[in-house]
Design a protein around this ligand. Sequence first.
Ligand SMILES: [Zn+2]
Length: 331
Amino acid sequence: MIAFRKMFYKLSFKTGLTRIKQRYLPRYPVTILGYHQINTPEFLREMMGWDMSPEIFQSQLEYIAKHFTVLSCSQFEQILVEKRTFPENALVITFDDGYRDVYDTALPLLKKLGLPATVFVTTDTADNSCSIWTNIVYHYFHLTPRYEYQLDFPDGSSLQGQWSSVAEKRCHVFRVNRKMKTISNQDRIQSMSLLATALDVDFAEDPYDLMPMLGWDMIRSLVQSDIFTLGSHTVSHPILSRCSVEEQRWEMLESRRRIEHETGISCRYFAYPNGQLEDFSETTCLLGREAGYALAFTFQPEFLAETQQSMAIPRHPILTSDIYEFAWRLR
Ligand SMILES: [Zn+2]
């Protein structure tokens, strides 16, 4: 079935059907793409089954440059606020978390093609040279010498399981990650050390060297390049709907303060960690506005309605490394 789908995307691309679909079928007025890292390290490739490389990224960018009108975040905001019609084939490029390959790989490519983009930075990773917690969970599972685990969460619930293959292990990583996104932020913080113990790995393990993040010097260079707009992605990448009001307020205010202090520019855009509907609430949106953000982006790949709430802008996660499927899904 997968082989058939791949063949279909490839044939559609080669015969021009993809372009016909993009031209004539109902379209989003603007497509907002959400990238993460560009150079997938081995541990993430194995634990997530994810496969992005500079070569794949370049082919996607070249396709975008050829067929789409890429807007900066502020151009997008202006059109949205003034309720003007978006140019034909409008598209916005964004990156979440703040991986260093945004600087090393994306910046030169975007510059060469003359495409603007936005990066949403998790400020703790720049301040403390650390990874975001979800990647640490993947790293723990990659490192563990065990083939089974029993994890008792602070709220009394538990998860356990065993595996004999990477594919089976991957299912458990997803279960643990998903579970940790549904418990309170304080319980999630505590669970990190419980998970390390359950998997018999050192709590201090961090995949930073395998997947480094942007430092402030690089972030300043991105801003000065005139290619990148800077946005916030919180301080520590919590699931905001699992945080107290005070925690949410601090995550949004403090990240903005750090970005503005380090770069001297105004930070007006925000992306919710994980970005699904259950990951933020009405209160989160209100707090975001109070914190001074003009737009906030989700990871809900929905139609951008004319009455779109500026604190819940839909985005499309890049879920494929196949250029033919990528092109087919763009609209
Ligand atoms: Zn993120």
